[in-house]
Ligand binder design. Structure first.
Ligand code: C2E
Ligand code: MG
Ligand code: MG
Ligand code: MG
Length: 280
């Protein structure tokens, strides 16, 4: 009988699901405490300028140093905090911590490079975050040229019109803006131009799996297109020498990847930045 069947609801659990749920509850439960204890840490990954043969800048990447579990990578907690909105607080914390680092380096007369930040789409639900970021920049006296905002391509498709106005505000505030993970979402090529990005970051996926001829063709076409539109091009996730050679020939501007540098804690990042760059 049809009605009786509908009353029966089967729920399937397996140990993994229970374990994952518990892990997520733990991470969520510890968020505020971890933030207060400064367990979230800024790692910085240097980017290499292929044309100047020098460091071009760095990306700030979050790590969670849990006193018991050790280092937790963003893949474990960023998607979770994106779902429940905690990411807005975390992004701002990362931004302020990094501005502190830059301001100390400036005060010491040390070499500084532009640093890029990942901004979750959650921030765009309430534009007041722009004022708070502006305040942080003023508090630490950071020149705008040293700040770049990365926005992942995936979030653009939802609302192009709203996004156009965000970018306008960003530019009025002199922030440089990058489209992160280009090639993973569904945005049309037209959008890179329409949305007025300064920098396009080609996603790491093109360099996985041997970097075959098809991927090489796609990458060199993206570079040509971006240059015609006056965008700077960064290639992400580059690990191999042959990929770097290819990117040089294709006139890519900047490379970010383990081949040149891994994301590093501040002191190690500084040591690498201040070291005389080898002729890579
Ligand atoms: P993303 O913004 O695309 O950052 C680049 C990711 O690629 C980083 O992973 C980096 O460690 C990794 N990577 C760089 N070069 C290589 C390479 O040569 N090989 C390989 N295998 N990986 C490489 P990470 O640090 O695990 O971060 C993952 C993602 O988490 C980031 O991707 C970003 O979307 C997000 N994320 C990290 N920190 C923050 C943050 O503070 N706020 C927000 N909203 N998102 C963040
Ligand atoms: Mg990024
Ligand atoms: Mg990203
Ligand atoms: Mg990326």
């Amino acid at each position: 009988n049809q009605n009786r069947k509908k009353d029966v609801i089967y729920t399937f659990y397996d140990d993994n699901m229970v374990k994952m749920q518990k892990e997520q509850d733990d991470l969520n439960g510890r968020f505020e405490e971890a933030l207060a204890n400064e367990e979230f840490e800024v790692f910085l990954q240097l980017k290499w300028d292929l044309k100047k043969n020098d460091w071009a800048g760095a990306e700030a990447l979050c790590r969670w140093r849990d006193p018991i579990k050790g280092l937790i990578s963003p893949g474990k907690f960023i998607p979770l905090f994106e779902q429940n909105g905690r990411i807005v607080k975390l992004d701002e914390y990362m931004f302020e911590q990094t501005c502190k680092i830059i301001s100390k380096m400036m005060a010491n007369g040390e070499r500084c490079v532009p640093v890029s930040f990942n901004l979750s789409k959650r921030n765009f639900q309430d534009l007041s975050f722009i004022d708070r970021y502006q305040e942080i920049i003023e508090k630490y006296n950071i020149p705008h040229e040293l700040i770049e905002i990365e926005i992942t391509e995936g979030l653009l498709v939802d609302n192009v019109e709203a996004f156009t106005s965000f970018i306008k505000i960003f530019h009025e505030n002199d922030f440089h803006i990058s489209m992160d993970d280009f090639g993973t979402g569904y945005s049309s090529l037209n959008m890179i131009h329409q949305l007025d990005f300064d920098v396009i970051k080609i996603d790491a996926k093109f360099f996985r799996g041997g970097f075959d001829e098809a991927n090489q063709t796609i990458v060199s076409s993206i570079i040509k297109l971006c240059h015609k539109l006056n965008k700077l091009v960064v290639a992400e996730g580059v690990e191999q020498a042959n990929e770097v050679e290819f990117l040089k020939d294709a006139e890519c501007d900047i490379v970010q990847g383990y081949y040149f540098a891994k994301p590093l804690p501040v002191e190690e990042f500084k040591a690498l930045l201040f070291s005389k760059p080898e002729n890579k």
